[in-house]
Design a protein around this ligand. Structure first.
Ligand code: PA5
Length: 506
């Protein structure tokens, strides 16, 4: 029996690869049946918030019910397009109605465009940063094989290799990426609502040249621009060069835009079932229209996070037992702090892959300052079952697992249960979002629930969760330092201020 656990022939086909191959033939009109809906219900478990290891719970049910009334009021403001939601005079609530507005025809059009596009390229690069990037990468990584680009094209579901760029300015990252892309037929989708984001624009310059080099006169066929309908540098460039374009709606901000064409086109190129993704948004939209606070997971989630902040917590660890779902935590790391972090408000979000992080900041969560809440993103059903092989010598003492036919899946589940118990004992209230399986429907549900939660908690804190004025400060400083025309005065101010600093280097 020794070594059986490592024999992939005996393990059977990898289900993730099977799913990828199946997704290549997905259809635009997906509607979940009741069995599918029941099997894929995202649940929020707040047992370890409203109970304590001993003594008083961190948040009582009565307290939550009371704040719940306000959460319901905030939701009504969203439904009626009121509240603190303007950006440049536009109410940024398009994401709330989007799930009901997207038609099967639109989904079909995106799938057809993506199929045609991906057939002619070996590698697809999605360029963007923040809301023009994270949701696409998070969804892609949550659903696909750990080593996607190393698989054969057939095992990838007949889709190209997938890359993400434009989200940093690291020269080595670009140099290394070019090594991989050189000689391949590369297609790109550049995504920027403003059309002026430096990181994305520089990446686009580099990648555009690569496409022009291999495709020559036909380069425009392999460049997609996703941007504002009429405004911005990228819109002008796209029109001049005759690139195909997708539109980012005026009334949807970056971090709320993954269900718009921002996410849909790239995900469809990667073979993700976007109709199923949309169905997940719709299901959660329906579930969260209720004014019954205790039946509305988005409102309960918002109320718990809001009260946690009011009661002195400042860090939310979002931990997952899945190397794939942890990318959804990275999406949440953007959605919440960029929406809530204004005028002294907001929880700092720390995405943490468990059990890896338990051997690092796990010590501090257990026993450091009591400033944490913890949210678990628990993957219930992994794609594959991984047995733990028996060992006749049993020097590590782990045969109790293999003898009892305990798989790695069993142990990995405890990576949530163990910390949930221990951390509550240590004074860290925690909640769990149960994620039934790795599919696009569940990701859609999670995204809508979190978008509504961020909007409601932002409203409760009295801020506008659809703007990010603080992000402009670093951009201004970088432009001034880089010598961008128009920033001369600011550069002088920076120089004067720098001259006043007492230098201290050790
Ligand atoms: O959520 C947001 O609004 C931001 O994270 C933006 O998406 C990000 O700054 C990228 O902006 P743009 O799409 O204009 O390039």
């Amino acid at each position: 029996m020794q070594g059986d656990g490592l024999d992939t022939a005996q393990l059977g086909p990898n289900k993730t690869i099977q799913n990828q191959r199946k997704r290549a033939t997905n259809s635009p009109g997906f509607r979940p049946d009741q069995n599918f809906i029941d099997d894929n219900r995202i649940e929020l478990d707040i047992t370890n918030i409203v109970n304590a290891a001993d003594g008083e719970s961190f948040i009582g049910e009565d307290e939550l019910s009371a704040i719940g009334l306000r959460a319901v009021e905030m939701k009504k403001l969203i439904e009626t397009k009121k509240g603190n939601c303007l950006d440049n005079g536009i109410p940024m609530l398009g994401w709330y109605t989007l799930p009901d507005e997207i038609t099967d025809e639109h989904v079909a059009e995106i799938i057809a465009a993506a199929r045609q596009f991906r057939n002619d390229v070996d590698a697809f690069v999605s360029l963007g940063i923040g809301g023009s990037y994270l949701g696409i990468e998070a969804t892609f990584k949550a659903l696909t094989h750990t080593h996607f680009n190393q698989l054969s094209r057939a095992d990838r579901g007949d889709v190209p290799e997938i890359y993400f760029m434009g989200q940093n300015l690291d020269p080595d990252f670009y140099r290394d990426s070019l090594d991989l892309l050189q000689g391949k037929r590369v297609g790109i989708n550049v995504i920027s609502k403003s059309g002026t984001t430096t990181e994305t624009a520089i990446a686009f310059r580099i990648l555009r040249q690569l496409v022009e080099k291999w495709a020559g006169q036909k380069a425009a066929d392999y460049i997609i621009a996703t941007t504002d309908k009429t405004r911005g540098a990228l819109r002008s460039l796209a029109e001049k060069k005759r690139y195909r374009t997708f539109v980012i709606p005026d009334n949807i901000g970056g971090r709320y835009s993954v269900l718009s064409d921002v996410g849909l086109f790239g995900l469809a190129v990667a073979g993700v079932d976007i109709a199923e993704f949309l169905a997940g948004f719709r299901t959660m939209k329906q579930r969260t229209t209720t004014d019954d606070f205790w039946k509305n997971p988005a409102l309960v989630h918002a109320a718990v996070r809001y009260l946690s902040f009011i009661k002195g917590k400042s860090i939310e660890v979002i931990a997952s037992n899945s190397t794939h779902l942890i990318h959804l935590a990275r999406w949440m790391e953007q959605l919440f702090p960029e929406s809530e972090g204004q005028r002294g408000n907001g929880l700092w979000v720390s995405p943490s892959l468990y059990s890896e992080k338990l051997h690092a900041n796990g010590q501090m969560v257990q026993d450091g300052p009591r400033i944490f809440i913890e949210t678990f993103l628990r993957l219930r059903r992994h794609d594959n079952e991984m047995p733990i092989p028996p060992d006749p010598e049993n020097l590590d003492g782990l045969n109790f697992l293999s003898d009892n036919r305990r798989s790695l899946n069993f142990v990995n589940d405890l990576v949530i249960d163990g910390p949930a118990y221990a951390h509550l004992e240590g004074g860290v209230p925690n909640m769990t979002i149960d994620f039934p399986a790795r599919n696009a429907y569940n990701i859609g549900q999670l995204y809508f629930m979190m978008e509504l939660s961020a909007a409601v908690s932002g409203y409760m804190a009295g801020i506008n969760p659809f703007i990010q004025p603080g992000v402009e400060a670093y951009k201004k400083a970088m432009f001034a330092l880089a010598g961008k025309p128009g920033f001369e005065e600011y550069r002088r101010t920076m120089e004067k201020s720098a001259a006043r600093l007492r230098k201290l280097k050790i």
